[in-house]
Design a protein around this ligand. Structure first.
Ligand code: F6P
Length: 546
C-alpha cells in the first residue's frame, strides 16, 4: 500500500513486525490472554493475527483517543448519526427487550417497537395453532415466500437456514429475491398458490426487483382464485416503512407490519423484516435471537476497548486494511448451516463501509472497506485455499466453527473441526524450505531442491477464529450483533457514515433509462447511451429475434 495512506502511528509497528514470522509471535504465551476472549457462547480468537501486544496497544491508544464511547452512546441514544439522511440509527433498540441495561433510545421508538413485537408474537402463535384468520390470513398455509432483496432478504435468509433445527414443523420457507424470473417461475411450479403465504418485505416499497416479483406472485395466486381480490389478499403480508404505499399496492392495512427510518435495511433482521424467520422458528426462539444480540449490545456499551469484542474485531480489521494494506478478507464458516453468512456480511460490511467521502464531504485519508468474500469449509479448501496458502497475495481469513453440532454424526463433526483448526495453523505456521527439503527423499539434490521450493509454504498468513458453543438462536443473534458493532466502529475509525448507501443509486437510475430501450421497438429510438451500452442493447435486440 502507498505509505501515505498508512496511518503514521502504526508505521513503526509494521516495520518492527515485518521481520517476525507469526510462528515466532505465537511462541509468546501472554498473547492468548490479550487476544482470545469469550462472550457468552462465542469465543473470539485473534491470536493468529499478525500483530504483537505493542501494536495492539498502539491501536488501543488510537481508539481511546477517538471518542468512540461518545459516538457509540450517541447511536444507542438515537442521535441522527446517519447525517446524509438525517436519521437515527436504532437497530439496537429493536432488541432492547433482551437487554439487562436500560435503553437510552427515545421512548416513542421503543413503544412502537414493543407494539410491533407483540403483533408479530400474536401472528406467529396463530399461524402455529393453524388459524390466523384473525390476522387476515387464509387457512392451511404450508409455504412462506419472503420477497425482498439486500437487507430485506439476506438477514432472514441467513437466519432461517442457520436455525433449520429450530423450524416449526409443517411450514417451509422460501426466498424470492432476484429479478431474474427463473426463481419465481420455479417457485410457482413447485408450490400450491392456495397454501402459500407471501411476505413482501421492502423498507421503501419502491424496489424494482421486489415489486416485480410481488406482482408475479400476486397474479399467480389471483389465477387460482379467478381474480377474487379479497381471497388473494389473504395470502399476503407486507413489511415496510412506507406503509401507505404497501397498502396501495394491495396488502390490507392490518396485514402491513411497520419498519422505521431509524433502522437500516442491512441492520433490520430484528424488526418485522424478520417475520419469515419468526414464523419459521416460533416466537420464543425469535426472542432468543434478540436476547443474543442484546448480550453483545450490553457488552459493547460497557466493556473497555481491550476486552470489547466488536472493538477488537474492528481494530484488527483496521490493522489489516490500513497498516498491512490487505484488500480483502475471506469469511469461511465451517458449518453448512452458515452458508449464507458470507453474503450477509458482504452487504453489511461493503454497503456500510464502501465509502470514500466523509460526512463533511472530504476525501477519506485511508482505505475503507475490504472486499469480503468466501464460502463454507471444508468445500473452500478444495477450491481456492491453494491461493491463500501459496499465492502471492496475503488474504486475512475469518474461520467460524461450532463446537456442538445439531446432529449426532460425531465423526463428521470432528473431521470438520480438525480441518478448521488445521487450516488456521497451516496458514500461520507454513512449512519452511528446509522442512520441505527434509521430506523430499528421492531424486538428485537438484531435483529435491526444486520440489521443496514448490512444496514449501510461506505461512505468516493471519486469521481469526470464532468458535460458537452451538448454533442456537441466541448465539446467532450474538454473532450478527458482533459484526454490526464492528461495522459501526470501523465507520467511526474511518470517519465515514456507515448507514447510508448512495453508491447503489447511479446504476438504478441508468437501469430505469435502459429499460424502455429493451422493450419492443425501443431500439429504434434515438440512443441516449454510451457506445458500449448501445452496442449491447443492439445485440440483445438482434439475437432475441434471430
Ligand atoms: O439498493 C440497495 C438497497 O437499498 C439496500 O440498502 C436495501 O437493503 C435493499 O436495497 C432493499 O431495499 P428495500 O428494503 O427498500 O426494498
Amino acid at each position: 500500500m502507498s505509505p501515505e495512506r498508512r496511518p503514521s502511528f502504526l508505521a513503526e509497528h509494521v516495520d518492527r513486525l515485518a521481520g517476525t514470522h507469526l510462528r515466532d509471535l505465537l511462541k509468546d504465551a501472554a498473547r492468548g490472554k490479550r487476544l482470545r476472549h469469550r462472550l457468552g457462547p462465542v469465543l473470539l480468537d485473534l491470536s493468529r493475527q499478525k500483530l504483537d501486544l505493542q501494536a495492539l496497544d498502539a491501536l488501543g491508544a488510537h481508539v481511546e483517543a477517538s471518542g468512540w464511547q461518545a459516538a457509540r452512546d450517541a447511536m444507542f441514544a438515537g442521535a441522527p448519526i446517519n447525517t446524509s439522511e438525517n436519521r437515527a440509527v436504532l437497530h439496537t433498540a429493536l432488541r432492547a427487550s433482551g437487554s439487562r441495561l436500560p435503553s437510552p433510545a427515545p421512548r416513542d421508538a421503543l413503544n412502537e417497537i414493543d407494539a410491533t413485537l407483540k403483533r408479530i408474537d400474536a401472528l406467529v402463535k396463530a399461524v402455529e395453532l393453524g388459524d390466523a384468520s384473525a390476522f387476515g390470513l387464509a387457512p392451511g398455509i404450508t409455504d412462506i415466500v419472503n420477497i425482498g432483496i439486500g437487507g430485506s432478504d439476506l438477514g432472514p435468509r441467513l437466519a432461517v437456514r442457520a436455525l433449520t433445527p429450530y423450524h416449526v414443523p409443517g411450514l417451509r420457507s422460501h426466498f424470492l429475491t432476484n429479478v431474474d424470473g427463473q426463481s419465481a417461475y420455479e417457485l410457482m411450479h413447485q408450490l400450491d398458490p392456495k397454501r402459500t403465504l407471501v411476505i413482501v418485505v421492502s423498507k421503501t416499497f419502491t424496489t424494482q426487483e421486489t415489486l416485480l416479483n410481488g406482482g408475479v406472485m400476486r397474479d399467480w395466486i389471483s389465477r387460482a382464485y379467478h381474480g377474487d381480490k379479497a381471497a388473494v389478499a389473504r395470502h399476503f403480508l407486507a413489511v415496510s416503512a412506507n406503509v401507505a404505499v404497501a397498502e396501495k399496492w394491495g396488502v390490507p392495512a392490518a396485514q402491513v407490519y411497520p419498519m422505521w427510518d431509524f433502522v437500516g435495511g442491512r441492520f433490520s433482521l430484528w424488526s418485522a423484516v424478520g417475520l419469515s424467520l419468526a414464523l419459521s422458528i416460533g416466537s420464543y426462539n425469535f426472542h432468543e435471537l434478540l436476547r443474543g444480540a442484546a448480550l453483545v449490545d450490553d457488552h459493547f456499551r460497557t466493556a473497555p476497548w481491550s476486552e470489547n469484542l466488536p472493538v477488537l474485531l474492528s481494530l484488527v480489521e483496521y490493522w489489516n486494511r490500513n497498516a498491512q494494506g490487505r484488500g480483502s478478507r475471506a469469511v469461511v464458516p465451517y458449518a453448512d448451516l452458515l452458508t449464507d453468512l458470507t453474503s450477509y456480511l458482504q452487504q453489511l460490511e461493503m454497503e456500510s463501509l464502501g465509502k470514500q467521502v466523509t460526512p463533511q464531504g472530504q476525501h477519506v485519508a485511508q482505505s475503507t472497506s475490504a472486499v469480503v468474500w468466501g464460502s463454507v469449509g471444508t468445500n473452500a479448501q478444495h477450491a481456492y485455499f491453494q491461493a491463500l496458502h501459496q499465492g502471492t497475495d496475503v488474504v486475512p481469513l475469518e474461520f467460524i466453527g461450532v463446537v456442538k453440532p445439531a446432529h449426532d454424526l460425531g465423526a463428521n463433526h470432528d473431521a470438520l473441526l480438525s480441518n478448521l483448526l488445521a487450516q488456521a495453523a497451516a496458514l500461520a505456521l507454513g512449512k519452511t524450505f528446509e522442512e520441505a527439503l527434509a521430506e523430499a527423499t528421492s531424486g538428485t539434490e537438484e531435483e529435491r531442491r526444486i520440489l521443496a521450493a514448490q512444496r514449501s509454504f510461506p505461512g505468516d498468513r493471519p486469521s481469526t477464529v470464532m468458535m460458537l458453543d452451538a448454533l442456537t438462536p441466541e448465539t446467532l443473534g450474538a454473532l450478527i450483533a458482533l459484526y454490526e458493532h464492528k461495522v459501526f466502529m470501523l465507520g467511526h475509525l474511518w470517519g465515514i457514515n456507515a448507514f447510508d448507501q448512495w453508491g447503489v443509486e447511479l446504476g438504478k437510475a441508468i437501469a430505469r433509462q435502459i429499460l424502455p430501450a429493451l422493450e419492443e421497438g425501443g431500439a429504434s429510438r434515438a440512443s441516449a447511451f454510451d457506445s458500449a451500452t448501445q452496442a449491447l442493447i443492439d445485440v440483445i435486440h438482434e439475437r432475441r429475434t434471430a
